[in-house]
Design a protein. Structure first.
Length: 212
């Protein structure tokens, strides 16, 4: 470990003297937001990036470990989706004075939990819509609007976000999904950094095969 310092997932500010980048997990107060170790956001606050997240819908935002979340990213939760199977989408029941009870849950377009894998890089100002699942190692381009699921180790861009390309061939993706480096101890991850950051992918492939 560098300079005798051990990476600590419970540190809020992992860059000494810089407040605009935080490890998210130790800052979470909402029990319906679950975030893994070492996932960071380029901001001084995370929960304001999660919108329309109402307790009564019970939806969860689940994010894995080692994700990199850029500034301006928004996770839109199910409370954002108005009833659409009637002639008006106006949410009378939420506003003072209007004579309407909340619609039955079955009348709301609820999409379930939002689930982000591990080592996912989410580019600046990307919007993640309710119920989307994003696989391990995916990359979300800047300003993308992600409305459908994203396969592991793929790059999606645009509005609606579409596949730009897979990051690696199927064999290497499969090896990475078996290897799950993010679940190893900090000491082991530290020793794996030369492999995790090596651009010679054939060498990486061989190293992974030896270790799985
Ligand atoms: C997604 C991304 C990683 C792709 O990088 P890349 O593989 O080098 O892609 P390229 O620049 O070669 O672009 C390939 C094509 O995708 C398009 N494209 C790239 N990023 C795009 C985006 N965010 N939205 C829409 N289209 C995008 C390019 O215009 C190009 O289109 P073309 O083939 O029609 O010319 C990068 O463009 C991006 O969005 N990075 C996020 C940066 C960021 O937000 N960082 C936050 C701070 S950490």
């Amino acid at each position: 470990m560098k300079d005798g310092k051990i990476p600590n997932p419970n540190t809020i500010h992992p860059i000494p003297g810089y407040n605009k980048e935080i490890y998210v997990k130790p800052t979470i107060k909402n029990p319906n937001i679950i975030v893994g170790d070492f996932t960071y956001i380029a901001d001084s606050d995370f929960e304001s990036h999660v919108t329309h997240h109402y307790e009564w819908n019970g939806d969860k935002l689940i994010i894995g470990k080692f994700c990199q979340i850029a500034a301006g990213v928004e996770f839109v939760m199910n409370g954002a989706n108005h009833q659409m199977n009637a002639v008006s989408t106006f949410p009378f029941y939420t506003l003072e004075g209007w004579n309407m009870n909340p619609p039955a849950v079955s009348d709301l377009p609820l999409k379930g939990d939002t689930v982000i894998g591990n080592d996912v890089w989410i580019g600046q100002n990307a919007v993640i819509l309710p119920g989307v699942h994003i696989g391990d190692g995916a990359i979300i381009g800047a300003n993308s609007v992600v409305g459908s699921d994203v396969e592991p180790y793929s790059i999606v861009v645009g509005n609606p976000a579409k596949l730009l390309r897979k990051r690696f061939d199927d064999e290497l993706i499969s090896l990475m999904l078996q290897f799950k480096w993010w679940d190893k101890s900090s000491e082991e991850i530290d020793s794996l950094i030369p492999i995790l950051t090596c651009s010679d992918l054939d060498k990486v492939r061989e190293e992974l095969k030896k270790r799985i």
